[in-house]
Design a protein around this ligand. Structure first.
Ligand code: PAF
Length: 266
């Protein structure tokens, strides 16, 4: 059978997802994609009911790639009657995104573990756009001894810098342009780092002020964290970091990030 690359998705596929499929095609003999809108990772009041679903469009997009199987289970298959939830949890669940979305990673790891058990991949491909999700899946694979290689893939952006996301369809044309300034704000922090600034406070301040310049944004968080433990860095930056933010634009919650290697910039 050879290697099996697995790309789990919730559908509404964009170039970010397709880059994961392309990477799987490059790395593995076989590629499996799942499309399943997982209800357990949405809290009440979040966008489960309005989340974009375009199965036929997604299948057409995937037909441009070498995909051996598209797995499109339904809710009763993934959560049969009486199913509670798995007990897996790790110390990354409650940080960053987990503070604002306390049930999110429980839902993600529950479904991803189920999908791993069904698909039995040798490799799985996760985007760095959801950096914390990637870290949590890597840790789950290690903790539960899944014989799977987790392959991180870079964020894919529009020309204006906006990170690709299925939720971008909620944005109007003018909101798209506004949303792209989140990346510009992060870039302003990265520039400071490149100039040698090592105060996490000043990096966060620069990014926060740059985001706040756009009155339509409501900031959830701006974070400078250790890129391995995801623990917030509150002083001098000595380690490789993840700089990340979550911002509301109208009713749409947008996330973006970059990693910065202090060790390789010395
Ligand atoms: O990143 C996503 O689209 C989802 O969280 C995932 C990994 C497909 C699990 O539902």
């Amino acid at each position: 059978m050879g290697s099996i690359g697995f790309v789990p998705t919730m559908g509404a596929l964009h170039e970010g997802h397709l880059s994961l499929v392309a990477e799987s095609n490059k790395t593995c003999k076989n590629t499996v994609v799942s499309i399943y809108l997982n209800p357990t990772q949405f809290a009440q009041g979040e966008d489960l009911d309005s989340y974009p679903q375009k199965l036929q469009v997604d299948l057409n997009k995937l037909s441009e790639y070498e995909v051996d199987c598209v797995f499109t289970p339904n809710n009763s298959e993934m959560y049969p009657e009486g199913f509670k939830t798995n007990n897996y949890s790790n110390n990354l669940f409650t940080l960053l995104e987990g503070k604002s979305r306390p049930e999110f990673f429980k839902g993600v790891t529950t479904i991803v573990a189920k999908l791993f058990d069904i698909v039995e991949p040798t490799h799985t491909f996760f985007g760095e756009k959801d950096f914390q999700q990637l870290c949590i899946i890597k840790k789950m694979v290690k903790d539960l001894y899944y014989p799977i290689q987790v392959v991180p893939c870079p964020i894919i952006r529009k020309k204006n810098g906006l990170a690709m996301s299925s939720r971008n369809v909620y944005l109007t044309k003018s909101e798209h342009d506004i949303a792209a300034t989140i990346n510009h704000a992060l870039e302003s922090g990265k520039n400071l780092l490149q100039l040698g600034e090592r105060s996490s406070y000043l990096i966060k301040d620069k990014i926060s002020k740059s985001i706040a310049a756009e009155k339509l944004f409501r900031v959830d968080y701006v974070s400078v964290a250790d890129s391995i433990t995801l623990a917030e860095i509150s002083g001098f930056i000595e380690k490789d970091i993840l700089v990340s933010t979550a911002v509301f634009l109208g009713g749409t919650r947008l996330i973006d990030n970059f990693s910065y290697s202090i060790s390789s910039s010395k």
